[in-house]
Design a protein around this ligand. Structure first.
Ligand code: GUN
Ligand code: ZN
Length: 464
């Protein structure tokens, strides 16, 4: 057993349900007792130490220890395609994202990308993620096996599409069924891995393909896709599904809107879509930097919350501009400020909740991760800024836990990630951070990856 001691902050409550500060738990001389990767006791350092006097203490001096971040929407094949600015969704897909995704047909290329992607997630403090996969089964094997080695909580699946995209990314429904079934058999509920049925969006999936998705979802796996991201996309979907009531209905008609469904974006929903999402207990992944970078729109968070729709955060790399969830949380805050009276003023407690426990709830993992409750896995990120940095200066002048969090959300970057633990195993130790003995099944040491600029090409029929 090990006692981890430091300034410990999490959000065991729901800040959208009442007083946000009441949802916060914070102790600036706190401690967690961890045994076999699981939190067994929590309290002040003095109380945990006196209850367990023989256990070693790892002191995380300075900064904050937070639950590992939970990213509910991030594209593995796009880690090398960040920064394609200035384009709306369909042009960006055609020119930046899809040419890069096509390269994952090469298994060795996919292996390198999987490594960069997972190292990037861990280096950003993310310990659980719903990952939008690749169109190629071999590339999914690479992702699942690399995530398994690192012990990450990862839910992902083969991306399926049978129209509109460039031809090398298309599959027939029969091929999609066979390829997905094989991956489900091998990887769903394998360790901390799970499978998610993943049509790219109904724009690129026929009714026959969505029927196959329903068949696969019947195996007890998860579901994810995109929805209502961009007004041109929404209009094209309406044209392709004339009988559907709205975009969500293109999925709902196939039984794809469930408690195990996570829809990314939903920037332009109508009220009936929000009601259907709430009724079925489906979640929405709010991808704030992506929505801003692609000019998709300002996310109507208040309408989601008022309708009872569960919302968490997604980095949406590579349209999103990085893997660091606090940056998404900050951008979500900015967007609500810009919405004026229609916006929802977010406190630092909301932001931490959105980046941690809300994601765990969306993924059905809140019994395991997302906060530091007893019995939960010790999935944690230690943010400790370099001495004298603006964040260090501001933390030193913070007057309360929520004030300290505000300064973290304003200023923190992945360079401040000094340690990451995944189920009690240290997955990242920054240079200068106090070393923690590694124990199996630790993955290879992680570090952040270089992100070369996106390639570009033209020629598909996607953007009109
Ligand atoms: N819609 C369909 N595919 C994508 C994608 O890769 N990124 C985003 N942001 N939206 C999408
Ligand atoms: Zn996306």
């Amino acid at each position: 057993m090990t006692i981890y001691a430091g300034t410990i902050i999490d959000v065991p409550g729901d800040p959208f349900a009442g007083d946000p500060d009441a949802a916060l738990a914070a102790d600036d001389e706190g401690a967690l007792l961890v045994q076999d990767g699981v939190i067994r006791a929590r309290g002040s350092l003095a109380s945990v130490r006196s209850a367990y006097p023989d256990e070693p203490v790892t002191r995380l001096e300075g900064g904050l220890l937070l639950p590992g971040f939970v990213d509910t929407h991030v594209h593995y094949p796009q880690i090398r395609a960040i920064g394609g600015l200035g384009l709306p969704l369909l042009d960006w897909l055609e020119r930046c994202a899809l040419p890069e995704e096509a390269k994952l047909a090469d298994r060795a290329y996919a292996r390198a990308v999987a490594r960069e992607f997972l190292d990037g997630l861990i280096g950003s403090g993310t310990t659980s993620a719903l990952v939008f996969g690749s169109h190629f089964p071999g590339a999914m094997e690479e992702l699942f096996s690399a995530a398994d080695r690192r012990g990450l909580n990862l839910t992902s699946g083969l991306v399926v599409s049978d129209r509109i995209l460039r031809p090398d990314l298309l599959d027939t429904p029969e091929e999609a069924l066979a390829g997905s079934s094989e991956l489900i058999g091998r990887w769903h509920d394998h360790g901390r891995l799970r499978y998610a049925v993943t049509p790219r969006f109904s724009l690129s999936a026929s009714d026959d393909m969505l029927d196959v998705c329903a068949q696969l979802l019947g195996k007890g796996v998860w579901f994810t896709s995109h929805i209502n991201e961009n007004v041109t996309e929404v209009a094209q979907v309406a044209g392709l599904f004339p009988a559907a009531q709205h975009y969500l209905d293109t999925y709902d008609r196939h039984g794809l809107v469930t408690e195990r469904s996570v829809f990314a974006h939903n920037v332009h929903p109508d009220d009936s879509e929000l009601s259907v999402l709430a009724t079925h207990g489906a979640s929405v992944s709010h991808c704030a930097t992506s929505n801003c970078a692609l000019g998709s729109g300002l996310f109507p968070l208040r309408r989601h919350i008022d309708h009872g729709v569960h919302v968490a955060l997604g980095s949406d790399v590579g349209a999103g501009v990085g893997l660091f969830l606090p940056k998404e949380a900050l951008q979500a805050y900015f967007v609500q400020q810009l919405l004026g009276p229609e916006g929802m003023s977010l406190t630092p407690v909301h932001l931490l909740y959105l980046a941690t426990r809300a994601g765990a709830q969306a993924l059905g993992l809140d019994g395991q991760t997302g906060d530091f409750g007893i019995g939960k896995d010790f999935d944690a990120v230690w943010l400790r800024p370099a001495g004298g940095s603006p964040l260090a200066v501001n933390l030193a002048h913070s007057v309360s836990p929520s004030d300290a969090l505000a300064r973290v959300f304003a200023l923190a970057t992945p360079a401040d990630v000094a340690g990451v633990w995944i189920r009690g195993t240290q997955a990242l130790a920054a240079p200068g951070a106090e070393p923690e003995p590694a124990s199996p099944p630790a993955g290879p040491p992680a570090g952040s990856s270089a992100e070369p600029p996106a390639g570009s090409s033209a020629g598909s029929t996607l953007a009109r």
